[in-house]
Design a protein around this ligand. Structure first.
Ligand SMILES: C[S@@+](CC[C@H](N)C(=O)[O-])C[C@H]1O[C@@H](n2cnc3c(N)ncnc32)[C@H](O)[C@@H]1O
Length: 533
């Protein structure tokens, strides 16, 4: 082909009349003749598909050498021989935003057509497992389900973190967590004896070793991070158990196992249950490996929520932005950034262990049944809220925690991260509203907690709480007070102070014993609902 200046196994090139990066204050690039190169690199499992734009001459005023991930790129026609290529980003696949762009001028319309057709062909072919390169080279596979939805910089950091013994130790030393897993497995030996188990995200291999202790016939310990090598070492050092465990390094989305599992065991919970998006991997492992009547340990998770009142926390959050109210900071007026800093502080969920007496209403909960939930249902979680205030006062936001149930055949055991229970490494989280709401005893509080997953393995949180106005204006028609905020679950504010003694109003003191009991009664109901038939 005349327009193609190069074509080897994994590469395709086009000469361009001119190319320039769309103006960016940091990397201006003037238009000058160039090359567009499609290339594919890496192993079949880790295929990198790139579209590279280069100026032909390195003498160009501001030379361009820009590589785009082909999967995240879009190309738009502006004219017969003019196009623009944009690098696309998205929020849970919903809102598309473009971060970089390249203006392309082709030498003629035919070359433009050829470029567009190759662009679409490569994008389409590589989306299909076992597709062929447009030039005929076989490709066994491209990005796995995990890599398609998670940004590689995020997963690199994530697996680097879990690859360190230090962080595995932190989890192992969480006595509530590890002790509850141990009890749940050992008390339900009958579920494990002679069974095939898959440990989803095995880390150090501790849960695989528990399953082997409980009599599992064989355990497949799947771990994606470098921790897999340490797990292998630990398992080899416990030969009586280790002879029934196989460590497999890889993602549960990608690896193949020689047989189906009777039980999945995993610890996929993050802050607010869903942070890290590992529940999705647990569900994918269920669909890939679990036999039809297999069991999942844990079986069900619940997110608990209740409005709270904590004047001390609110003032602390608001005061953090006071720094930006200085008008003469080394001669500089900082106040233009005060509003942004204030908003920024309230976009951080607060992680700490709080005194349950700050709750001003009995909690409600949202159930995620790991045995039934579809992976896609975890991309967006929408929870309507309705509470009745047990006390009067100012609501400063929504307090959240979670628990999970091990629905064993012998014993049903809950692992809880509730306030007032022994503290775990997850603590609890609080979403603080920048504008508190006033309520009277018995008043209804409504709202919504909306979680939207993003490609950095976490969620954007949208919280709204509303209550009817009280006082004289309420009598004249009940105007609604509403307060909302947007928070980033991936960027919490770790506030590890000791639980504080809160001075309670008389109302609060009388209402407290009632607050948690309603939740326990609801838990009882759920247990009955989940009892084996
Ligand atoms: C919270 S840790 C739990 C480790 C261990 N199971 C325990 O209970 O101590 C989660 C582990 O799952 C691994 N992991 C996360 N996503 C994974 C995936 N998609 N495939 C395989 N391993 C994964 C992480 O690297 C990490 O070691």
């Amino acid at each position: 082909m005349e327009d193609s200046v190069g074509q080897n196994r994994n590469c395709r090139e086009f000469i361009l009349a001119s190319v320039a990066e769309l103006s960016s204050p940091f990397s201006p690039s003037a238009a000058s003749p160039g090359i567009a190169r499609f290339s594919c690199d890496g192993s079949a499992a880790e295929l990198e598909l790139e579209l590279q734009f280069q100026h032909e001459s390195h003498q160009a005023p501001a030379p361009l050498n820009l590589k785009l991930d082909l999967q995240a790129a879009q190309v738009f026609k502006l004219g017969p021989a003019q196009s623009v290529c944009m690098l696309e980003g998205s929020d849970a696949g919903k809102q598309t935003s473009y971060s970089r762009g390249v203006a392309i001028q082709f030498r003629n319309e035919e070359e433009s057509e050829a470029f567009h057709s190759v662009f679409q062909q490569w994008k389409k072919k590589f989306n299909v497992q076992g597709g062929n390169l447009p030039n005929g080279t076989d490709v066994i596979t491209r990005k796995s389900k995990f890599d398609q939805k998670i940004e590689s910089s995020s997963s690199k950091m994530y697996f680097h973190y879990y690859g360190q013994l230090l962080h595995q130790q932190n989890m192992l030393q969480d006595y509530v967590r590890t002790g509850t897993y141990y009890a749940a497995v050992m008390e339900n030996r009958t579920d494990f004896v002679g069974r095939v188990v898959v440990d989803v995200g095995a880390g150090s291999g501790i849960l695989s070793l528990f399953a082997a202790q409980a009599g599992a016939k064989h355990v497949y310990a799947v771990e994606a991070s470098g921790m897999a090598e340490y797990a292998q070492k630990l398992i080899a050092g416990n030969p009586l158990l280790g002879q029934r465990i196989t460590v497999i390094k890889g993602k549960v989305e990608d690896v193949e196992l020689p047989e189906k599992a009777d039980i999945l065991i995993s610890e996929p919970m993050g802050t607010l249950l869903v942070n890290e998006r590992m529940l999705e991997s647990y569900v994918i492992a269920r669909d890939r490996f679990l036999s039809p009547n297999g069991k999942m340990f844990p079986t069900v998770g619940r997110i608990h929520m209740a409005p709270f009142s904590d004047e001390y926390l609110f003032v602390e959050m608001a005061n953090k932005a006071l720094f930006w109210q200085q008008q003469n900071f080394y001669g500089v007026d900082l106040t233009p950034l005060h509003g942004t800093a204030f908003q920024g502080n309230f976009s951080q969920p607060v992680v700490d262990a709080f005194d349950p007496r700050v709750l001003i209403s009995p909690p409600t909960f949202h159930v995620i049944d790991f045995t039934k939930v579809k992976e896609e249902e975890l991309y967006e979680i929408n929870i309507p809220l309705r509470f009745r205030s047990a006390v009067g006062g100012r609501i400063h936001g929504l307090a959240c925690w979670f628990d999970v149930l091990f629905n064993g055949s012998t014993v049903q055991r809950w692992l809880t991260t509730a306030p007032g229970s022994p503290t775990t490494h997850w603590y609890q989280i609080r979403c603080v509203l920048p504008q508190p709401i006033y309520v009277m005893v018995g008043q209804e509080i409504t709202g919504r907690l909306h979680l939207i997953a993003h490609n950095s393995q976490s969620y954007t949180i949208y919280l709204t709480l509303s209550a009817k106005m009280w006082g004289p204006s309420a009598e004249q028609g009940g105007i609604l007070q509403t307060s909302s905020c947007k928070l980033e679950l991936k960027e919490p504010y770790y506030r590890m102070s000791q639980p504080q003694a809160y001075p309670l109003t008389q109302d609060q003191q009388q209402a407290q014993p009632l607050l948690m009991t309603q939740d326990l009664e609801e838990a009882d109901g759920l247990m009955q609902h989940l009892s084996p038939n």
